[in-house]
Structure formats: C-alpha cells, structure tokens
Design a protein around this ligand. Structure first.
Ligand code: CA
Length: 699
C-alpha cells in the first residue's frame, strides 16, 4: 500500500481536473411601464435608460453589469434585508444571471432547467426542464451541469441546453415554442452559456474543448429557430475546404493533423454587442487537446484559439480578431467577460473593449479596429514576462511543462474565470473577481485520444497519491479587485480566503455587490472597497448579481448555489469553507425581513466504509489511475467531494453493492451519473471502488 499523502501541495494540484452616473435621478423610480410592451428590439437598444429592468445577461449589450438604481446606496445599504427567496431544490452549482423585465424574473439552473418567478414576491410562475436527455449528457460535461442564463425577446425565453439544443419558451407559460439541435449529438458538445439576442437573431455557442471538439458560434432566427449562420473559430480538415477566407488564413497557423481532435476554441460564455459599430464580440476557448505540442506539433499561433472575435451579426463574418494567448497550451480561454465602455485614454476618447482572460493579463482594446491599447497582469503571472507593443505575451521558460512538469501561474482555472466582472461608469473602475490558483502542469507524452473521456493531454497520474509533490505548498486564495482600466492598475482589493468567488454588480449607489465561495453576500463601497453590508447566503455564491425595481422598490438579487468545476474537482480546497450546494434565488430590498432558507448541515465526520476491499496495493494504484482520469473531475481528488456532488467517502452499503452497476451499467444515469461501460470493465470498476475505499477512509 503506497502512502496516500494529502499534503497542501498535492491538494493544490487538484485543479488540474481539466477540467454615467446621473446625480439628479431621484430615489425610488417610477413603476415599471404598465402593461409593458414585450421586450423587443427597441427595448433592448434602449436598455441602458431602462433603469428598472435587467433585460440582458449583462443588463445591456455592453455587458457592464451596472445598475443606475440608487435607492440602495452607500448610506442606506445597512437597511438591506432579505425580501424573498426561492428554493431551486438542487445541490448542484448555480451560475446564472437572472433576467428581469416588468416584474417577472427568469432564471436558469442545473440541467438547463428554467424557472419564471414573480420578481416582487418570488412566487413561481412556471418552470421548464429539458428532461433526461440533458442528464444523459453528463459524460460530455467538463465542469458541472450548469447554465449561465437565458435571453428574453418578444415574449419568449431562450435557453441553450446541456444536450446542445436551443429552445424558445413562451415567457408567460413556459411552453416550448421551438426547439432546435445546434450540435452534432455524436460529438461531446454541451451548452452552458447564455444566448444573446441581436437584431432578431439568437446567438449561441457551446463547450467541449476538454473532450475534443471544433468550436463555433451560430445565430438562429428568433421567430422560428431557423439557423442563419455558423462561424467556426478554428479551421477544419483542409482537404474538405474552408468555410471562409478567415479560416483559410487561420489554417496557416496550425501544423500536423489538428482537426482530428477538433482543435477546440469553443465559444462557451462571453459575448457583447456594439449597436453603433454593429459588431458582435465573442470570446473563444482553449485548444483540444490543451498542449500545443500535441495539437500542432510544429508550432504556430493556432488561430483563433483564446481570442476575441469581432463578427458582423448579420452574417457571422469575421471583421477583426485579437488573440490573447497565441499557441495556448495552458487552458487560457478568452471566454471571460467582455465589457464595452467609452474611456479617455491618452487624452483621446476611445471606444474600448475590456477583458481579463484566464491568462492573467487585463486587456484594453479599441473595439472598432481591434487595435491593442494596453495589458497588465492582474494576478501573479509566471508563464509570460509581459506583453510586447502589439499585446503579444512574451513567454518565459517557465511556460514549458514537458518533462517533469511545472507549477505555473495562473493555472487551468485561470486568474479569472467565467464569474462576470462589472464596470462602474461613475468610478471608472472594473470590479474583477480574481483568484490565485497556480497549477501543476505535466505533459502526457504518451497521450492517445480516447473517445468519451477528457482529452487534455495532461498527465493525471500525480493525482493518485500526490507522489509528484512539487515541493511547495500553494495557497489558493481569491481577491475582489477594483481595477483602473485606463491606468492599468489596481485601486483597491479585498482579500478572500479561497478562490471561485462570485461575479460582481456595480450600482449608481456607489456600491459593488459580490457573493463569496464561503457563503456570504456582500456590499462594498465602489470607490474605496469598504465593506458596508453582508448577509449569509447559506451556500457558496458564484453567479453575478442583478438589480431591478418593482413598484418603486429596488431589489438586489442573486442566484446562489455552490458546485460546478472548481467545487467538483478541487475537493479539499472547495470543502475547506464547509459550504454545500443548495441552489436558491435570494432577493434583497431595504427593510426586507424574510427568513433565509435553511443552510444544509455539514456532512459530519468521514465514516468507516461499510464494506471492505481485498485489493492489494498494485490494484489500488491501478484503480487510482482510472479514478484520476475518469472520476476526479466530478468527485474530487482522493475521493474528497466538493460539497455539491455525492462525496464517495460517505457512500452507503447499497451504493457499494451496486458499484459496478452504477459505474459500468449506468444504473443512476437518470440522476446524472453516467455509465462508463464503453471504457471500463466490471473489474476496472472494482479497482476504482478499491481505490475509493482505501483513499477515502477516515484519517
Ligand atoms: Ca477549458
């Protein structure tokens, strides 16, 4: 039996799982328009002035996540209380930004389910669930059965589902109006991002680059679901011809047979739109597999991975691009928040686009031309020493993780992930949820793609028992950072004890709201970061909050619920705060006195396993390798759960009795635990069980 050490450093390794301020505005605004007209093109265009509502995922096409409401301000915020809550009845991660229009709230949750609520009372209007087909997609999910939100347009609610569908629901009833498949169901695509509506087109991307897919974004006619265009982010097999001159040009930056694993570059989250320039901005993700040495062995920038693409929304044509991480080998997606603002830079008014992608640099670009304006590190960065005059990162020797592997900052979870940042036009600051999460990267030189598994090309063997301890304990922390995008410097910060804290909301009341991984919902003064108010959320908060007004009352609401990528795959770090998944929508208002929903109790001490394994050390080791490759991403390193999905150390005798049925036969597929009969034999499952029994013992 090898010593199964769980040092701080080995625990830290677990991240590898792949996986204008209007001062004259009075407090308490006019009521929402009576018998408001549907949210149509004109209302979307004028969303900025529509202070009472939160019509789009980032409130406006600029994605600033700034509310002009000021009833709740730095003086009154102390009187904020819970007005209502709604129990989403799930232990899984909740990442959605609610949409609020005219007193109605629409929020998505795990398994792509959608709920409509009375935004004043939290009473449920309707709910819709895509059904078992979404749950049966679990094998293709890198980072939790999550959904980051819906779009609302002309009386319909649009949602992308885990099984790759784009669905239009009647906003009044939840009835399906149309339902189209946007992916090849035989490929490991999933949808977790929120659709955006531009010019009557519903724009949606997808994910799957950890498994091996070719990324793209598509637009559908909002009326009938007819596909209008599809733009791939990376070139396909040249022998089949290229879909556009842009892809033909991109192919010159790839080598080898990249198309065999798809190439990656998925458009899985962020988008923004400038109606004056008529440009749609989307961010693209990492390559498939992660390491360029495997994906494009003779080098090359691998366009358009890890890039911001400016597209013509009518046709999907590429107008300009900016690649944040040429030749990405570190899972440095550029799918993080894209925020548009007008800033004065060097004495000149510039229409800019801002992004803090996973690679650790905060970028400011001219959003008309794509011209690089500036970039500075917003977290410690070891893979690059800076950027050159055109914004291209200058790689350090530390970036190369062939051979023995290397600890690199940021790690695969990034200096900033999908948790949305906000921009306050009054302070001129960006409120950025950052994290210090280096990761140990090690290339798997014998990598061979395996259908139905993660195909990152990274070596997971170090996650069996921490034997490749790189020697240094790594503290995983977070910080809310107020960033001046003109000066490219930090103005204030609030340190946080762990990573994966929530998205942010800026308001005209000189406030910034953010939930935390440790289960708090907090208001800070936007100008200096002083903490002014907080409330317990009863679960970790990851999503971005919103603010809206109903009948003269301003609400601040957030969809809370711990779970998803970091929680599932980080185990010990994710459970350190003791939080558990418990999805709920929380809405706060001045004088609110509602009782909070119950906080799930801690799991208690790890019990002695109900069964014994007769397996020897070598078998446990083999089980550990299988576990690290196929199970760790959801059930955590060393079988330590992250507070959301079942913690295997607590498995019952009945679960152990059915272990092979569940793992190989898919006996719990309807609950979201897929079967692995295509990759694992019954004997393999027994080895995995032996590993779980050994490593999961109380100690
Ligand atoms: Ca990724």
């Amino acid at each position: 039996m090898p010593a199964l050490r769980r040092t701080a450093a080995s625990i830290a390794l677990a991240w590898l799982a792949g996986c204008s301020d209007d001062a004259t505005q009075p407090a308490g605004l006019a009521p929402a328009p009576a018998a408001a007209r549907p949210v149509d093109a004109a209302r979307l265009r004028d969303a900025e002035a529509d202070a009472a509502n939160w019509l789009m995922t980032g409130r406006t096409w600029s994605e600033q996540r700034y509310s002009p409401l000021r009833q709740v301000d730095e003086a009154s915020v102390g009187g904020l209380g819970l007005a209502w809550s709604y129990d989403l009845a799930t232990p899984l991660g909740v990442e959605a930004t609610p949409i609020v229009a005219d007193g109605e709230m629409y929020v998505s949750g795990p398994w792509s389910a959608v709920t409509a609520l009375d935004a004043k009372t939290g009473a449920r209007r309707w709910s819709w669930d895509p059904g078992l087909s979404a749950r049966h997609r679990a094998r293709a999910i890198c980072c939790g059965a999550v959904n980051r939100g819906v779009a609302l347009y002309e009386g319909r609610v649009y949602v992308g589902t885990l099984d790759g569908r784009l669905v239009a629901l009647d906003a009044k009833t939840g009835a399906v109006v149309w339902d189209v498949l946007t992916v090849d169901p035989d490929e490991p695509y999933t949808i977790t991002g929120a659709p955006r509506v531009v010019g009557g087109r519903v724009v949606i991307g997808n994910g799957g680059a950890e498994f091996g897919v070719r990324g793209y974004v598509s637009a559908y006619d909002a009326r009938d679901g007819r596909m209008l265009w599809r733009t791939f982010s990376v070139p396909g097999n040249p022998a089949l011809g290229f879909e556009s001159p842009a892809l033909e040009a991109a192919a010159k930056t790839w080598t080898g047979e990249w198309w065999k694993l798809g190439g990656g570059g998925t458009v899985w989250d962020s988008m923004a739109y400038d109606p004056e320039l008529d440009l749609l901005y989307v961010g693209t993700g990492n390559g498939s597999p992660h390491a360029r040495w495997l994906r494009s062995p003779e080098g090359g920038d691998n366009l358009y991975l890890a890039s911001i693409l400016a597209l013509r929304p009518e046709t999907g044509e590429l107008v300009w691009y900016f690649q944040t991480t040429p030749g990405d080998s570190w899972d440095y997606t550029a799918t993080q928040s894209i925020v548009l603002a007008d800033l004065e830079i060097g004495g000149r008014a510039r229409r800019v686009l801002m992004q803090a992608p996973k690679n650790g640099f905060f970028y400011v670009l001219d959003r008309e031309s794509g011209e690089f304006l500036s970039a500075r590190p917003y977290v410690p960065v070891t893979w690059a020493s800076g950027v050159d005059a055109k914004g291209r990162p200058i790689e350090t020797p530390e970036a190369d993780y062939r051979g023995a592997g290397r600890m690199i900052s940021p790690g695969v979870f990034g200096g900033h992930n999908w948790h949305p940042m906000s921009f306050h036009p009054g302070t001129g600051l960006v409120y950025l949820p950052t994290q210090r999460m280096p990761a140990f990267y090690k290339l798997d030189p014998s990598f061979a793609p395996e259908r139905g598994a993660m195909n990152t090309g990274l070596d997971y063997s170090t996650f069996v028992h921490g034997s490749a301890d790189p020697g240094a304990a790594v503290a995983i922390t977070g910080a809310l950072v107020a960033w001046d995008p003109v000066a490219q410097r930090e103005v204030w910060r609030v340190e946080q004890p762990t990573a994966w804290n929530g998205g942010t909301l800026a308001t005209a009341g000189n406030l910034v709201f953010q939930g935390t991984a440790t289960g708090r919902f907090v208001a800070y003064r936007a100008s200096d970061g002083e903490r002014l108010w907080e409330a317990p959320a009863g679960t970790g908060v990851m999503a971005g909050p919103v603010s809206y007004e109903v009948e003269g009352v301003q609400y601040v609401a957030v969809a809370a619920g711990w779970g998803s990528g970091f929680a599932n795959s980080a185990g010990p770090a994710a459970t350190a705060a003791g939080v558990r998944g418990a999805g709920r929508v929380l809405a706060y208002a001045l004088g609110g006195k509602a009782s909070p929903p119950p906080t799930p109790p801690p799991l208690g001490p790890v019990p002695e396993p109900p069964v014994r394994s007769e397996a020897g050390a070598a078998e446990v080791e083999r089980g550990g390798l299988l576990y690290a490759r196929l199970c760790l991403g959801c059930h955590g390193p060393f079988a330590i759960g992250g507070g959301s999905l079942p913690d295997l150390r607590y498995s019952s005798a009945e679960t152990h009795a059915r272990f092979v049925d569940i793992v190989v036969g898919g006996a719990r597929a309807d609950l979201g635990m897929p079967g692995f009969g295509d990759l694992l034999s019954a004997e393999d499952a027994r080895l995995i069980e032996a590993y779980v029994l050994e490593v999961g013992r109380p100690r």
